[in-house]
Design a protein around this ligand. Structure first.
Ligand code: HPA
Length: 274
């Protein structure tokens, strides 16, 4: 099998042959948010199945295709549906699309997700700018950068204390304030899933973080490995408290649906000013 670098190049060439736009910003849209991709101008839509090396999405609510076009005047590449480690993909597969975004020309990653809020005073529908992350599977060895390092892709030992770009974060807060949208900030705790957390796991997570979810951290790591700037925003789809009601996937999707206009307006406002 080809090495990672050649696989990225094959995917890049396949996509580039089908569209004339060079994307600058890569967008990963989480549960329920993929509709934003329908708003692209000059869109080229490519099913993941057509791209060598791309896995296929298996979760209900996640579409398996990418779109390249303009959003708020910005050339973007949008992933409608991401890959999760809990689906059985390797961390290298989960992060492959980010490598391809970078190879196509994206210098910025705008990543979104649905997350459980760990703060009792936060509400369903709140947005949170991710200013830090705990990549729990990565800490336990499920890490996309394990293995030989290809120096053409990034450093052997990339730093993560500055993973989230402070200028982009400031822009996000400015745009949110102008739109009258509450934008919280906090640390995202990624665990593998697919189980929602036990009460003990929630007590553990809330000691260290503000929101919990099953995605994003590996993509952020690989984006930083590739030198991309990263902005992350979580939609709080449920309040995940040890003594609260159990979380379920339906409420996650419903909250995503309800917050879509607000979330979409924020993302578009940020893109317009980047
Ligand atoms: N836990 C983990 N992942 C999630 C949650 C949650 O409560 N809500 C949305 N994604």
């Amino acid at each position: 099998m080809d090495d990672l670098f050649s696989q990225i190049e094959t995917a890049r060439a396949t996509i580039a042959a089908r569209c004339t736009i060079t994307p600058r910003v890569g967008l990963i849209l989480g549960s329920g948010l993929s509709g934003l991709a329908d708003e692209l101008a000059d869109a080229t839509v490519i099913p993941y199945a057509d791209i060598p090396g791309f896995p296929r999405s298996t979760v209900h609510g996640h579409r398996g295709e990418l779109a390249i076009g303009h959003l708020s005047g910005q050339p973007v590449m949008v992933l409608r549906g991401r890959f999760h480690f809990y689906e059985g993909y390797t961390m290298q597969q989960v992060t492959f699309p980010v490598r391809v975004m970078k190879a196509l020309g994206c210098d910025t990653l705008l990543v979104t997700n649905a997350a459980g809020g760990l703060r009792p005073d936060w509400s369903v529908g709140d947005l949170m700018q991710i200013n830090d992350q705990i990549f729990f599977p990565g800490m336990a060895g499920h890490h996309p950068l394990v293995g030989p390092n290809d120096d053409r892709l990034g450093l052997r030992f990339p730093a993560m204390v500055d993973a989230f770009d402070t200028d982009l974060a400031a822009l996000a807060h400015t745009v949110a304030a102008e739109q009258g949208t509450t934008l919280r900030k906090g640390c995202y705790f990624m665990l593998t899933g697919p189980t929602f957390e036990s009460a003990g796991e929630l007590r553990f997570c809330r000691t260290f973080a503000d929101a919990v979810g099953m995605s994003t951290a590996p993509e952020v790591v690989v984006a930083r490995h590739g030198g991309m700037r990263v902005l992350g925003i979580s939609l709080i789809t449920n309040v995940a408290l040890p003594d609260g009601p159990p979380a379920n996937h339906i409420e996650v999707l419903e909250a995503g649906e309800a917050a879509k206009p607000k979330f979409a307006a924020l993302l578009k406002g940020i893109l317009a000013r980047m």
